[in-house]
Design a protein around this ligand. Sequence first.
Ligand code: NAD
Ligand code: UD1
Length: 339
Amino acid sequence: MRIFVTGGAGYIGSHTLVQLLGAGHDLCVLDNFSNSSLEALRRVRQLTNRDFALVEADIRDTATLTEAMSGFAPDAVVHFAGLKAVGESGEKPLLYYDNNVTGSANLLAAMDTAGCRRIVFSSSATVYGEAQYLPFDEDHPIAPTNPYGRTKAMVEEMIRDWTAATDGASAALLRYFNPVGAHESGRIGEDPRDIPNNLMPFIAQVAVGRRAKLSVFGDDYETRDGTGERDYIHVVDLAAAHSAALEYCARTEGCEAINVGTGRGITVMEMVAAYEEACGHAIAAEIAPRRPGDVASSYAATAKAARLLNWHAERGVDAMCESSWRWQSTNSEGYGEKA
Ligand code: NAD
Ligand code: UD1
């Protein structure tokens, strides 16, 4: 397949490129490098021994996007490009609506021009908001609690409407739970720009000595040990879900939202213990107040992914921590300078 990948230089994008190149697909990556580096792409080429087209551009630059898409003539698009920091989305909501929503509208218009009718979109479990029940299945009410989540919910609706209006169109809205870990080589991984907001990169930076200690946000939740419980999904399993979703879109028409998780919750303290095992030393952690907006537990119902995509997560928490540590310990400053 010829696949056009927006945001392919990012964390999930780079791992998915390895998967798709390994499967023999031809790729064109479009990225503005606002949160990624060329170095990640160089390493993807090295790992796979394959090349791909690269366009440095913003998805909001209609002319360049349309020209790149039409020139490449893809069979399908995988759409990762987006901003993802929940806190920042509250401070700069218009930036998030412009980048994520306007950018996605441009992308669908460029697909129309290029005659491309298949899309796999990076959505998020954050669209569900507070759990009315667990596990979250795809029919759970959509009620995001922050602007970032609302951009994802809006783009889902936009893609649903576009699919309904476009003959032969097919879309998979992948609702990721908590992606963590790295490629088993340790050559590519998650490289947050600032102080990490998310648990796993923070633990990794404490483990490697870049930060003194982890603050555990609350130990009085109604969970096994009182700390927050999440459905962490290995990024390599997540990458494989994209392959499966592309195959699904190639044989179906319509639009489906599909959870991508393991179905199993892991608490903060369980994750710390698993990381200590992986890195071989203790990780300093202290109990801190709850983080506003956090929920006790979140985990996925996985039956729909199994049924439609014939996909399930294969890697457990040990592989997540081992691969994260391999990446972090051999690249303590990530990729270094951004592009
Ligand atoms: P990332 O920031 O590492 O990757 C996003 C990529 O998109 C980056 O390379 C960035 O430079 C690029 N980009 C951003 N805006 C762009 C624009 N306007 N034009 C062109 N390129 C642009 O993030 P990630 O963790 O790899 O996430 C990928 C996608 O998955 C995002 O849409 C994110 O919202 C979604 N998602 C991520 C998570 C997570 O925890 N990482 C969870 C759920 C959903
Ligand atoms: C965050 C985002 C969510 C996004 C998801 C994707 C917020 C509020 N939500 O959710 O929109 O879809 O990532 O991965 O940012 N924790 C600590 N100490 C830390 C960091 C986290 O104890 O320094 C705890 C949290 O309280 C939570 C768990 O670790 O219980 C996971 O946190 P995090 O990695 O930020 O993910 P989410 O809260 O699920």
